[in-house]
Design a protein around this ligand. Structure first.
Ligand code: CA
Length: 220
């Protein structure tokens, strides 16, 4: 029973949420608001949000990066876990999606902690590097277009301090990453990214089978 990660079926997941989920009411409200969205599947699960809040607090993180904000649920989770004066740079290309989250950030009292930058993330991250912010961030979350992951990862790694952590989402790509028959661009991109990360000695890694698979990469 304990030599493998358990298969979390619906019943077990309900139980997991029942005994462990402590979701901020505004996070719940934003999740409800996003539930009917055509791209609702792009939102992280509430248990993953709570896990990321735990990470942020365990790291004592004050400065964070997010690549891929969508309607702002993960940004809200991270911002709520940040101390006073903490800051999250949230990168996304969609004004339309991110504006859904903004009123919820306001309502939760964390809007001043979230610095939203609407532009291709590589441009925003390059601007941060050019501004001398290399080595100064504690935590980064990458959850955007999969072929772009290597570009985002390299930049986030530069911006992180030693001991800082990058959390990379959709490692399993809905299971297709492990299915060689699936030739979609996303599945191929994740396979390539995962294989490269396995041998990347600049980081220590651990793959957490939460949501669609979340790899933690800690900068050595
Ligand atoms: Ca995702």
């Amino acid at each position: 029973m304990s030599t493998h990660s358990i298969n979390v079926d619906e019943r077990l997941r309900d139980y997991m949420l029942d005994v462990s989920l402590r979701e901020h009411p505004v996070m719940r409200a934003l999740r409800d608001e996003t539930a009917d969205h055509a791209h609702a599947g792009m939102q992280i699960s509430p248990e993953q949000g709570q896990f990321m809040q735990m990470l942020v607090r365990m790291l004592g993180a004050k400065t964070c990066i997010e690549v891929g904000t969508f309607t702002g649920y993960s940004a809200l989770a991270v911002a709520l876990a940040l101390p006073d004066g903490g800051r999250l740079v949230a990168c996304d290309i969609s004004e339309e999606f991110t504006k859904i989250g903004k009123p919820f950030w306001e309502k939760a009292g964390v809007a001043d902690k979230i610095d939203l930058r609407i532009a291709p993330a590589t441009e925003s991250l390059d601007a941060m590097i050019a501004a001398g912010e290399t080595g100064s961030y504690d935590f980064a979350f990458i959850d955007a277009d999969k072929p772009g992951y290597p570009d985002y990862f390299e930049r986030c790694l530069k911006l992180l301090r030693p001991g800082g952590v990058i959390a990379v989402d959709n490692i399993f790509m809905g299971g297709s990453a492990a299915d060689p028959e699936t030739e979609s661009a996303n599945a191929q991109a994740m396979r390539k990214f995962n294989a490269a990360l396995k041998d990347d000695t600049r980081v220590e890694i651990s793959l957490i089978p939460i949501g669609d698979g979340l790899t933690l990469a800690r900068k050595v």
